[in-house]
Design a protein around this ligand. Structure first.
Ligand code: HEM
Length: 473
């Protein structure tokens, strides 16, 4: 009897030990992938992420220490990050995205957003809206981008000589106007409406940035009321847009993004239209605004690049012609400059995927449901792929250099199965703005600035960048 009890006790303790090892976060049982154990059972490695300054900076160190496929704990969840072109290429067919890594957007875009739609529903919604950024639509947008670019030229020309120009402020204002007028139509041609949109949108954006930094407002706090009010104002403006477009439907060639949603009333309820309209604002305004600011900064600090770009613009479109979409496709060096700005700024440093089944990646089994981070920004600055990665050099994107490199070394818009819907829009808009700004002015950085990056939702300059412009004769 005593022996039987002893055997039972040993078996029970062994079972307990196995259970603890199996279920405790960090257990080697979860996967064979090298990486970090959680520093806290509930928070996982969040303390290390916060100490690193951002998820991107944490991932840079994680991959330096553990190689191109590495694991860590995002709170209580085992998470894998991949930072090699080969492994990224293995994920190219995966569409779904884990919601928990994008929680910070939810307070603004709502759970109904495309951001959280996976499987058949997600694919269906992308199929319905992607044509809003098709070739034909983009052709129509170029007139708006030309007008907005010329407006800025007028403003800059009227400044006193040697005045300082706030690059981020100008770039974000241009991006708000460009996106709102082309996604939502004529309603935002009124400057006051655009200003209202920018003011309310920035309150919401700042709230999401604060949340990613770990700050959470108390329910009913003054700040929370301000954010709720801003969100309500944005939704009211979008509802007015919908009402106007319903009352006087656009001609087929004038159709914009919101029309593509409104005409599918069997799929999109009003709250889904609001959710996706806000999602495309959030997805589009800051990335394009900051990419414009970063590119002007790189141009201002690389005179050889500025001159080469100026020569190309003069050859393709000349001093004053409006720039059409077909001209943009001939501005090859412009594309190299924009690609190198995307690479060096690591503008959108990571994305994420999830699978309903176990998958094999880089020789390891990843359990189903594991969040897989695509560390796009780590790859963009990997010195084995990009020698002297901190130098700005558009020649990296010459046709020969592109051909010689792994295709998945440069995926700034995410992997092909669910790439950013706004990439062609962003290239067209920014090529037109830059062509107009570079053919009219020489750009120079105001002396004495140290420009550093901050990797929040999008990689931004830590402080405003100040430039000076000289009108070209
Ligand atoms: C230079 C500018 C931009 C960059 C670098 C960029 C980057 C990205 C990346 C990396 C993703 C995928 C994230 C993942 O894999 O999880 C993404 C998704 C997305 N982007 Fe962009 N983006 C840019 C401009 C835009 C613009 C102009 C728009 C709107 C017109 C936009 C709207 C979106 C939306 C709605 C998604 C989510 C799509 C979905 O859930 O299927 N983006 N973007």
């Amino acid at each position: 009897m005593l022996i039987a009890f002893g055997m039972f006790a040993v078996a029970f303790v062994t079972f307990l030990l196995i259970a603890v090892i199996y279920f405790y976060p960090g257990s080697a049982k979860v996967s064979t992938i090298p990486g970090l154990d959680p520093s806290d059972t509930r928070e996982g490695n969040l303390p290390e992420i916060i100490a690193a300054g951002s998820l991107h900076e944490f991932l840079v160190k994680l991959h330096k220490d553990h190689g191109p496929i590495a694991s860590f704990w995002y709170g209580p969840k085992f998470t894998v990050s991949v930072a090699s072109p080969d492994v990224l290429s293995d994920l190219k067919g995966v569409f779904d995205r884990p919601a928990e890594l994008f929680k910070v957007y939810e307070s603004v875009v709502s759970p109904e957003s495309i951001q959280y739609a996976n499987g058949i529903e997600g694919r269906k919604r992308r199929k319905l809206t992607d044509p809003a950024w098709g070739h034909e639509q983009l052709n129509h947008f170029s007139a708006t981008f030309n007008e907005l670019g010329e407006e800025v030229v007028k403003k800059l020309t009227s400044l006193p000589q040697d005045d300082h120009v706030a690059l981020c402020q100008y770039a974000l204002a241009l991006s708000v106007k460009g996106l709102s007028q082309t996604c939502f139509g004529r309603y935002f041609q009124d400057d006051r409406k655009c200003y209202e949109l920018k003011r309310n949108y920035e309150i919401c954006w700042n709230e999401m940035e604060a949340r990613i930094g770990g700050e959470l407002d108390q329910e009913g706090s003054e700040n929370q009321k301000k954010v709720d009010e801003a969100l309500t104002n944005l939704k009211k403006m979008l509802q007015e847009v919908m009402k106007e477009r319903k009352a006087s439907p656009p001609k087929p060639q004038e159709k914009v993004f919101i029309d593509f949603l409104m005409e599918k009333s069997d799929v999109y309820t009003e709250s889904m239209i609001l959710a996706d309209s806000l999602t495309y604002m959030v997805g589009g305004i800051h990335p394009t605004g900051y990419l414009l600011a970063w590119t002007l900064y790189f141009i201002a600090t690389h005179k050889d690049v500025e001159e080469k770009l100026y020569q190309e613009i003069m050859e393709v479109v000349g001093k004053s012609k409006a720039i059409a979409a077909e001209d943009v496709s001939k501005l090859r060096y412009m594309k190299q400059v924009l690609n190198e700005s995307l690479r060096l700024s690591a503008l959108a440093p990571w994305g994420a995927k999830v699978q309903e089944l176990d998958i094999e990646l880089g020789g390891h089994i990843i359990p189903k449901g594991t969040s897989i981070i695509t560390a796009l920004g780590v790859v963009l600055q990997d010195e084995t792929l990009w020698p002297l990665p901190n130098q700005f050099d558009p020649e990296r994107f010459s046709p020969e250099n592109v051909k010689a490199r792994h295709q998945f070394a440069f995926q700034p818009f995410g992997l092909p199965s669910r790439a950013c819907p706004g990439s062609n829009f962003a290239f067209l808009e920014l090529s037109i703005f830059l062509a107009i700004l570079v053919r009219n002015f020489k750009w120079r950085l105001v002396d004495g600035q140290v420009v550093e990056s901050v990797h929040h939702l999008v990689t931004a300059p830590q402080e405003e960048i100040w430039a000076q412009v000289e009108k070209r004769s």
